[in-house]
Design a protein around this ligand. Structure first.
Ligand code: DX5
Ligand code: ZN
Length: 218
């Protein structure tokens, strides 16, 4: 079984202290850093882009798990690869040609993630599962932190896990949105091995990041 990993989303961090917030996550035992990139077009919110990622990456060796919620995404892949993204996750709806976007990410020797919105069916990625490194299952509609977990997406995780076992595949299954200390256990049981968390990691237990990460893993 894959090790359970926590990928805290810096969307819930103090943006005036981002460098320090990443240090705190590192000290608290985060396995990677989840960076939510939003364009105000693919999703109704705007966040950060490559220059900020590049600046943050300079001061840390943490793996950057970059979740691109931007459309059209294809022409920006270079910029995120150059900025230091380690995993680049895209939504199938955000590119005209999923095959060439996957290839482009691979050309930069980055890990490829494909993200499915709550209403997006697994069918759209079945034929890609042997070519990608990670599937990101959204358990909220993308755009904002602090939303309520949608348990109906767990069926997709169970199905993915089955396919993975039956075909002896190795991709990671990541879940993103509304993860707390209760549903984390259910998500792990369903088959997720990477949990994204913004609100729970940064705000629970008076912001005790280490405690929150440990609790999410347990
Ligand atoms: C939503 C983002 C998530 C979100 C997670 O569009 O992709 O990463 O910020 O935050 P919480 O854990 O607060 O739902
Ligand atoms: Zn995300």
């Amino acid at each position: 079984m894959k090790k359970i990993q926590i990928s805290p989303s810096i969307l819930s961090a103090d943006f005036s202290q981002l460098g320090n917030e990443i240090k705190r996550l590192e000290e608290g035992g985060a396995d990677m850093i989840h960076v939510d990139v939003m364009d105000g077009h693919f999703v109704p919110n705007l966040t950060i882009g490559p220059p900020v990622i590049k600046a943050l990456k300079k001061n840390t060796n943490m793996l950057f798990d970059v979740h691109l919620m931007i459309s059209p995404v294809h022409k920006y892949i270079d910029a995120f690869a150059d900025a230091g993204a380690d995993i680049i996750t895209i939504h199938p709806e955000a590119t005209e040609d999923l095959d060439s976007s996957i290839l482009k990410i691979k050309e930069f020797k980055k890990k490829v993630g494909i993200s499915l919105n709550p209403e997006t069916k697994l069918d759209i990625i079945r034929s890609y599962l042997d070519k990608i490194d990670l599937v990101l299952i959204m358990s909220v509609n993308p755009g904002f932190g602090g939303q309520k977990f949608m348990p109906e997406v767990l069926d997709k995780i169970k199905e993915l896990k089955k396919i993975q076992i039956n075909h002896n595949l190795d991709f990671d299954i990541e879940i993103d949105g509304g993860i707390n200390f209760e549903n984390s256990k259910i998500a792990i049981k369903a088959g997720a091995n990477i949990l994204v968390s913004g609100t729970t990691v940064f705000k629970s237990n008076n912001g005790d990041i280490k405690k929150n990460i440990d609790l999410l893993k347990s």
